[in-house]
Ligand binder design. Structure first.
Ligand SMILES: Nc1ncnc2c1ncn2[C@@H]1O[C@H](COP(=O)(O)OP(=O)(O)OP(=O)(O)O)[C@@H](O)[C@H]1O
Length: 310
């Protein structure tokens, strides 16, 4: 069974089309990273899953139930870390958790949950004095109440330093090992790489790719960028490099230090060999693999397909 099925969902806010015929599936037991730049429609999708807003068109089911007809039951079995939600300044961490435990009717121990998120020391401190990271940890503890079948985390690393972000990923892994399906949104590929089985990339309300991180990496063109400093470059040589079988693109910068930038999908020696055969002296060269952020950029911007060397 799938944990989440979004089928042909469109959502418009007046003239703004936030989601356009969006369809995707999250399998039971997987960690699914929901990626997209600001404004892509991630929060809108999450709000529809939880029936906080209604789609203009389309069907959504969560944990095998209709998202609109069964929203109470869905919410009772789902732990949510919403984006930008604030803690109540005058309540302590313990009081926040007692509230969440009461609402879900479970018998969790606030101290245990706070221990898990690294906030045990602040259990009786009012949230008004918390840093952003502490507040985020508290919200995560609240999401864990009742061992939910599904965790929906909207930008969970907001406000966390690198240690906090790593601990967050560990909790995601633990929850997944316990059997929970995890759906989490982010605008950073780096954040999701270590924990996600699959990633869906949303752009302007449409899903432009769904795959494993390595599958996405393999799918973009220009696997390696080769930057070659030469003594001179001419159009014939540039044309010859471009027509090599493994080369997907090549550009020349003829400034003081003439430089060729070449996208290669296979061996780079053919490129160097071609230049040398033409009597062009290779003075220096360096290579870059596409980074995860390049992959993300290639799916979410028009600069797209050309992965830039950095
Ligand atoms: N209540 C609203 N009224 C009007 N437009 C809205 C509303 N909520 C969202 N939008 C618009 O819908 C689009 C999608 O927004 P959404 O907040 O879902 O994106 P997001 O991917 O979550 O972005 P972010 O990463 O910045 O949180 C944007 O163009 C946004 O301006």
């Amino acid at each position: 069974m799938s944990a989440i099925t979004v089928d042909n969902v469109t959502k418009s806010y007046g003239r703004t089309l936030a989601l356009e015929e969006l369809s995707f599936e999250v399998r039971e037991g997987e960690v699914f990273g929901f990626l997209g730049p600001n404004g892509a429609g991630k929060s809108t999708t999450i709000n529809i899953l939880l029936d906080f807003i209604r789609p203009t068109n389309g069907q959504v089911s969560v944990l095998g139930m209709d998202a609109q007809a069964n929203s109470r039951e869905i919410r009772s079995r789902t732990g949510v870390l919403p984006e930008g939600v604030e803690a109540y300044d005058r309540l302590t961490a313990r009081q926040h958790l007692e509230f969440a435990i009461d609402s879900k009717g479970t018998d969790d121990d606030p101290a245990d949950l706070l221990e898990r998120v690294g906030l045990a020391d602040a259990i009786d401190t009012k949230a008004g004095g918390y840093s952003k990271g502490m507040a985020q940890r508290l919200m995560l503890a609240m999401a864990l109440v009742g061992d939910p079948d599904l965790l929906i985390l909207d930008e969970p690393s907001t406000g966390l330093d690198p240690n906090g972000a790593r601990e967050m990923r560990e909790i995601v892994r633990e929850e997944n090992a316990r059997g929970a399906t995890v759906f989490f949104s982010s605008h950073s590929m780096e954040q999701v790489e270590a924990v996600c089985d699959r990633v869906g990339i949303l752009r302007e309300g449409e899903m432009v790719a769904v795959d494993s991180v390595s599958g996405l990496r393999d799918s973009i063109s220009g696997g390696t960028t080769l930057e070659i400093v030469v003594d001179r470059i001419d159009d014939d040589a540039l044309g010859a490099v471009r027509s090599l079988p493994d080369v997907t693109d090549a550009t020349a910068d003829r400034d003081e230090l003439p430089t060729l930038t070449v996208q290669v999908e296979g061996s780079k020696t053919a490129v160097l060999g071609e230049l040398e055969d033409r009597g062009i002296d290779v003075q220096d060269f360096s290579t870059w693999e596409a980074s995860l952020e390049d992959v993300f950029q290639s799916y979410t911007t028009d600069a797209g397909t050309e992965v830039q060397a950095r």
